[in-house]
Design a protein around this ligand. Structure first.
Ligand SMILES: [Zn+2]
Length: 285
């Protein structure tokens, strides 16, 4: 019963918020462990899907280093890319495809990206405009990278993610979206059928922060970040991975390339991933 108001908070927003605050303060690990143990792991073995969102020019600058390190660790990852960057920097995107990484459609301009779409917000776009953002990115990915994309991620997740993406994705023949947070979604961290024949693969949280997406923004960069320290960040990641391995579960996170490459955090993250199998979204759906 505890999980129901927290997974579907829109039913009783204020109660869910109060309970979340209380749980966050008094027993985050207890909640995270019990929430995740309800998962039915479709793979039946400990597995992790590593993904990256390329939202800014500085993420593109980190791209070659990231690919070198993934190669060195023999790990394939999902790359959520935006059409405008694929057009502007085709070679580095082609390299990612050639090296076996998965391309995820992250819209054409990534509203409200400061480079091209500073005043547009994905959730404020009309259905036709949303469809155009997704379809244009699909075309660019197809034309420039020769990839038939099957997965999508809404820019900024959360409040900017809308139900309208599912019929759009269905029309385009997409198999999955990865645009929700595990803590707010029914799959207990595992992929679940959403609607219109499209799966949702929710992005995961971590041991001590069961209600926040575990990414570098939430943990390190926003105002009053949850951790604010690189060593604590890696430690939290390592402990979460240990729990996933011990309990035979599936987990996925996304990281911002610039942030994770900085101060060699990615090397330490990849080392932890040696403890379990890494998988791609496209192989799960
Ligand atoms: Zn993004």
């Amino acid at each position: 019963m505890l999980y129901r108001p927290l997974i579907r908070p829109y039913r009783n927003k204020y109660l869910a918020y109060a309970v979340r605050r209380l749980v966050h303060r008094c027993c985050p690990q207890f909640y995270f462990k019990n929430f995740m143990r309800k998962q039915v792991n479709p793979l039946g073995r400990p597995a992790y899907a590593l993904t990256f969102d390329f939202d800014f020019e500085k993420d593109i600058e980190a791209f070659p280093r990231l690919l070198d390190l993934l190669n060195a660790h023999d790990i394939k990852a999902g790359m959520a890319v935006i059409g405008k960057f694929v057009e502007k920097y085709p070679d580095i995107h082609k390299r990612a495809v050639d090296e076996g990484h998965e391309i995820i459609n992250h819209t054409y301009t990534h509203p409200d990206n400061p480079h091209w779409a500073p005043d547009r917000f994905f959730n404020k776009l009309s259905y036709a405009e949303q469809k155009d953002e997704i379809a244009r990115a699909h075309e660019v990915i197809h034309d420039v990278l020769s990839v038939e994309c099957v997965g999508f991620r809404t820019p900024h997740y959360g409040n900017l993610h809308t139900e309208s993406v599912y019929p759009i994705l269905s029309e385009l023949g997409y198999k999955y979206s990865s645009s929700t947070a595990a803590c707010a979604y029914k799959g207990y961290g595992a992929p679940a059928m959403h609607s219109h024949g499209v799966m949702e693969i929710p992005t995961g949280c971590s041991l001590n922060f069961p209600f926040a997406i575990f990414d570098s923004w939430n943990m390190l960069r926003k105002q009053n970040p949850f951790l604010g320290d690189d060593d604590l960040f890696v430690k939290e990641f390592a402990q979460t991975i240990d729990f996933i391995v011990q309990n035979n579960l599936f987990l996925t996170h996304y990281f911002d390339p610039y942030d994770i490459v900085k101060n060699r955090k990615i090397e330490r993250v990849l080392e932890q991933l040696g403890k379990l199998e890494t998988v791609l979204y496209r192989d799960m759906v």
